[in-house]
Design a protein around this ligand. Structure first.
Ligand code: FES
Length: 133
């Protein structure tokens, strides 16, 4: 079976001077995955690159709310505040709270080494078995 080029997320080539960031990804059940990234990568694309089954039904256009994540308080100050568009979409998610953000609206920066976030169950494709790469 052949997949379309649009469906594949290719890793960004790493340059010699790129800082490697360790990003800590959690599931609501406490499962923990540490994955490497570089600055300039949307968290949604990071999740897709490593095989996390995030719904992200709109493909990252900030219209579906199915890339819902939560950011621990200690990391919220390294992120730019959500835009009005992101806040409006978060308002539509019944389980969202003050720590909620959309993975498609956050881009990694060099200040995010060690960053942590939790993928919300409502944004994962229901599967009985999956392996994050
Ligand atoms: S992927 Fe649809 S809002 Fe983020």
């Amino acid at each position: 079976m052949q997949t379309s080029a649009a469906a594949r997320i290719e890793p960004t080539p790493v340059e010699d001077d790129d800082k490697i960031l360790n990003i800590n990804i959690y599931l609501a059940d406490g499962s923990h995955f540490r994955r490497e990234a570089i600055a300039g990568l949307r968290l949604l694309d990071l999740l897709r690159m490593y095989g996390f089954p995030v719904k992200a039904e709109c493909g990252g256009a900030c219209v579906c709310g199915t890339c819902h994540i939560r950011i621990p308080e200690r990391w919220q100050n390294v992120l730019p505040p959500p835009t009005d568009e992101e806040l409006a979409k978060l308002d539509d998610i019944p389980t969202a709270d003050e720590s909620s953000r959309l993975a498609c609206q956050i881009e990694t920066t060099d200040e995010m080494d060690g960053f942590e976030f939790v993928i919300q169950p409502d944004s994962l494709v229901p599967q009985t078995y999956w392996v994050a790469g």
